[in-house]
Structure formats: structure tokens, C-alpha cells
Design a protein. Structure first.
Length: 168
């Protein structure tokens, strides 16, 4: 039996290409049929390796989950953007490559992101998920998130409802 090591760490510019690939595959699978095709393709196209290298180079915090040397997922995090919510931190994105979903890695990546926010003095976490993203909603409920607010995000002409989950 082979034992694969799991490592969650801050991304470096060298990870940009692998993160772009995870982003592409995870977003296509998650949002096909939810976000209109043309917008989704445009959004994914903008987030190539160069975009990620810039994001990592700026102060944006990007975490990667690496398994046996392969990038299996990423999270981006920072200050909570919604003034109406009192939690200080926010996980902006949390995505795993499709073949790594459903085996407990999302929970681990979430906990690491939360610990990093707390280590930077951000107490409490907010995460937004589109209401039609059933798996994400079940995931955030499953890991103890409290449904605290609703919003709307517009993609071209399609308005989609989103839910904020919070942890104190
Ligand atoms: C959402 C995502 C990050 C969850 O990570 P994951 O590794 O698949 O989830 P885990 O295996 O860690 O699950 C943790 C808990 O969440 C719940 N859960 C996860 N996926 C679920 C699903 N599809 N349906 C119901 N419950 C689910 C369970 O309670 C699970 O606890 P358990 O293992 O004790 O049963 C991952 O599936 C993913 O990247 N999905 C596509 C992208 C996405 O939607 N990201 C979130 C955008 S807001």
C-alpha cells in the first residue's frame, strides 16, 4: 500500500499553473447548468496561471492542499467583505479537484483556512455559496456553519441567490 502525504500550505508562484487547472475543472463541474455557459467560460478563461501568479504575489492569501506532490485543491481567504456580518474573516473560495471530493479533504482545508484567519487576528468566518450549489450547501451545514444572510449575484442577466454561512 502506498501512503500519500497530505500537506496544506501557502501557495507560491510555482503553484499558479496547478491552481489554475484545479480552478478550471472544479468550476466547470460545479457551475455548469447553474451559471450561464458564456459567463462561466469567460470567468474561467480570465483565471489562467498568470492571474493566479499575480494573486499569489499580491497579499491575497491562497492556500493549497497537496497530496503526494499534486495540487488537489485551494482556498483563498482574507477580511470579511460583508459589513452586515460581524465575523472578521472570510473564505472567498474553497475548491477541490473533482477526483478528490467527498473524502474529508474539504473539511481539512476549511479548518486550515479558519486557523490561518484566526492566526492573523480575524475571529469568526463567513463563506458564501450559491443556493443552487446543493453539495456546497450540504458541506457547509455538515461542518457546522450557521445560515446567517442571503444575497444575490448577477451573472449576465441571470440573478442567483447566495447564502452566507458563518462560524463564530
Ligand atoms: C464543497 C467541497 C469543498 C467539500 O469538500 P469535500 O472534501 O467534498 O467534503 P468532505 O468530504 O470534507 O465533507 C465534510 C462534510 O460535509 C458534508 N458533505 C460534503 N459533501 C456533501 C454532499 N455532497 N452532500 C451532503 N453532505 C456533504 C458531510 O457532512 C461531510 O461530513 P462527513 O464526512 O462526516 O459525512 C468540495 O466537494 C468541492 O470542492 N466541491 C466543488 C466546489 C464547491 O462547490 N466549492 C464550494 C463553493 S462555495
Amino acid at each position: 500500500m502506498t501512503t500519500l502525504s497530505i500537506d496544506i500550505r501557502r501557495a507560491t508562484r510555482r503553484d499558479a499553473e496547478a491552481i489554475a487547472a484545479v480552478h478550471d475543472r472544479a468550476w466547470r463541474l460545479t457551475y455548469a447548468g447553474i451559471i450561464p455557459h458564456r459567463v462561466l467560460t469567460r470567468m474561467i478563461g480570465r483565471r489562467g496561471p498568470q492571474w493566479w501568479a499575480n494573486a499569489i504575489g499580491r497579499s491575497a492569501t491562497v492556500l493549497v492542499l497537496e497530496i503526494g506532490g499534486e495540487i488537489a485543491g485551494y482556498a483563498t481567504l482574507g477580511r470579511n467583505r460583508a459589513r452586515e456580518l460581524r465575523q472578521a474573516g472570510e473564505i472567498y473560495e474553497l475548491y477541490l479537484s473533482p477526483e478528490y471530493q467527498g473524502i474529508g479533504l474539504g473539511r481539512r482545508l476549511f479548518e486550515s483556512a479558519r486557523e490561518m484567519l484566526s492566526a492573523h487576528g480575524f475571529e469568526g468566518v463567513v463563506v458564501w455559496a450559491l443556493e443552487e450549489n446543493n453539495a456546497a450547501i450540504s458541506f457547509y451545514e455538515g461542518i457546522g456553519g450557521r445560515d446567517a444572510a442571503e444575497g444575490v449575484e448577477v451573472f449576465d442577466n441571470k440573478a442567483l441567490r447566495k447564502i452566507a454561512f458563518v462560524w463564530d
